[in-house]
Every structure is written in structure tokens, then in C-alpha cells.
Write a protein that binds this ligand. Structure first.
Ligand SMILES: [Zn+2]
Length: 303
């Protein structure tokens, strides 16, 4: 008898129970009328040259060394955000799935530990269409991993990945991103809802255009008073992105625009002392941004 998805999930839950997947559920905070937790999807190992782009090594290396990176690869954790209130169970992005890299795609383990089944997810809200945020949409059998969810994406982001010219205009190193995004977004074409800057995507969740990392990247403000900002990759890491807001980084598809976006977002978060979730930030990914040296630093919430 072939192994089905439910059996595979049971096997992976056993791995969690055996302690093989540490820190699957990372932290929990109040946000609006609900609670927000982060779940580890694993991590990426990125070549340093990819993260730097045109940023000179002599500027980047001292910052990276302070964060413990001295080699040619950078470890980038992946934190998927889950928001729950009385009526909804909302995922912000769906992680990498099993087709991208072997070190990520662990979201189902975290969900299991949190007591959430894939069928419980009522809504999925996307920050953008890169593989580590989107490719978990389909399971190993090309079925929708969250079969009962309604999906929400920024209109500009959808249009970009659906544009047949994107595969030819995107950086050659990212061509597989374009092919992979289109295939997955086609699978949810009949159950997708679009939003624009400032729209209320769901009750208590407002969209914030943060273009640059991708052409239609969106962040989210969750809760009206004392909101938590789910920033996705608008602030793509906690080291180079914060050390100097003027730095233009290779992780971003439009480095100049991303730096301008990041500058206004970081200043807003810092001045308001707002909490944020950074998808690739260390630990739980939940904390605040505060001024430091010539730039800013991430201070993780005590857990
Ligand atoms: Zn990412």
C-alpha cells in the first residue's frame, strides 16, 4: 500500500516527539484579538556572495563576524507566522515544502506540535512568491497542502509571477523561482483573493506595500493597538539589513528600491517601538528594532 500524506505526517510527528526537530514552535505573543506564534520551517544555507550582491566584503565582513558568520555560507533561519483568533487560523506564507532545499520544509512538524492540522488553516496570506515562502503550497503528491484554506496575495506580486515574460526578465540565477511560482500559483487560481496597499486583508490584518525584495512584496500589520508587524523579507536579515539602511543587498531583486523601503519601514518600527516578526531573523524571529551604532539592531523578545 503506498504511503499517503497522512502517514508521512504521522512519521514526521514522531520525529518531533523524538526530539529530532528542535524549537518547532518558537514563541507566542498577543496580536489584536488573537495570538501569533512562529513555527520553524528549518533554515537555508546561502552563499555569502548571494546575500552581499554588490556590497563590498570589507564593509560586510565585520558585521557578519559580529553575528558569528566567518565563512562563505550564511545560515538563514525560516520563521513561518501563525495567527489564531476566535474565527480564523491564518498562516503567513507556507514555507519551502520538500522541493526546494533539504534543510527546510519542516512546517508541518511545527503545526503538529502547535496542535494545528493542515485542514484547520482557514486562510493563507503571502508576503511574496519566493520558494522559501511559497513552495510549501503543494505537498509531495502535488495536492494543496492546506486543502480548506482561502489564499490571499498582493495584486502586484501575483501579476509579476503570472507574467509570461518574468522567466526571461528575472535574474538568470532565479529563473527556477519564476517557473516554480507560476506552477504553484496556477494551482490556487480559483481560490485566490487579491489585495493592495492599505487594504484590510482579513479583520485586524492590514497590508503594507513593501516593494523591492520582489516587485509586489507585502508586509502586514496585525492588530490595531500595539500591533505586531509581519515583515516577511522586507527586512531580509537581522545583520546586513540593519547595520546600514543605505546598503543595497543581493538578496533583493531590486536592491535600490528594497533599501528605500527598508529605511522607511525600519524607522517606523523603531520609532513606534513596535514588535515585528522577521521571516529570516534568529531565534523566534519576534522582537523589536532599536538604534545601534550607525544603524539598528534586532532585540529578540524574551521568551
Ligand atoms: Zn525568504
Amino acid at each position: 500500500m503506498p504511503l499517503d500524506r497522512r502517514q508521512m505526517m504521522a512519521a514526521s510527528a514522531a520525529a518531533v516527539a523524538a526530539g529530532l526537530i528542535p524549537h518547532a514552535v518558537r514563541a507566542e505573543v498577543q496580536a489584536g484579538n488573537g495570538t501569533l506564534i512562529t513555527l520553524s520551517d528549518g533554515h537555508l544555507e546561502l552563499p555569502k556572495s548571494f546575500a552581499l550582491g554588490d556590497l563590498p566584503e570589507d564593509l560586510a565582513n565585520p558585521v557578519l563576524a559580529r553575528h558569528g558568520f566567518t565563512g562563505d555560507m550564511l545560515r538563514s533561519p525560516c520563521n513561518v507566522t501563525l495567527y489564531r483568533d476566535d474565527t480564523r487560523v491564518v498562516l503567513f506564507d507556507v514555507g519551502s515544502g520538500t522541493d526546494f532545499v533539504s534543510t527546510a520544509g519542516l512546517l508541518f512538524d511545527g503545526l503538529d506540535v502547535a496542535g494545528v492540522s493542515p485542514e484547520d488553516i482557514t486562510d493563507v496570506v503571502f508576503t511574496h512568491g519566493h520558494p522559501d515562502h511559497l513552495w510549501g503550497l503543494l505537498d509531495d503528491f502535488d495536492d494543496l497542502a492546506f486543502p480548506d484554506a482561502r489564499f490571499h496575495i498582493g495584486r502586484a506580486e501575483w501579476d509579476y509571477w503570472q507574467d509570461p515574460e518574468t522567466v526571461d526578465t528575472i535574474d538568470p540565477g532565479r529563473q527556477s523561482f519564476a517557473v516554480g511560482a507560476k506552477r504553484r500559483l496556477d494551482a490556487i487560481e480559483d481560490r485566490i483573493a487579491f489585495f493592495d496597499d492599505g487594504d484590510e486583508v482579513l479583520p485586524g490584518i492590514a497590508a503594507l506595500a513593501t516593494f523591492g525584495h520582489t516587485p509586489g512584496h507585502m508586509a502586514f500589520e496585525v492588530g490595531a493597538s500595539d500591533p505586531v508587524f509581519v515583515v516577511g523579507d522586507a527586512i531580509v536579515n537581522s545583520h546586513l539589513s540593519l547595520a546600514n539602511l543605505a546598503w543595497e543587498l543581493g538578496s533583493d531583486q531590486n536592491p535600490e528600491r528594497a533599501a528605500a523601503t527598508r529605511t522607511s519601514l525600519v524607522n517606523r518600527l523603531s520609532q513606534g517601538q513596535h514588535r515585528l516578526v522577521g521571516f529570516h531573523f534568529p531565534g523566534s524571529g519576534i522582537g523589536r528594532i532599536e538604534p545601534a551604532d550607525t544603524g539598528f539592531r534586532f532585540q529578540e523578545d524574551a521568551t
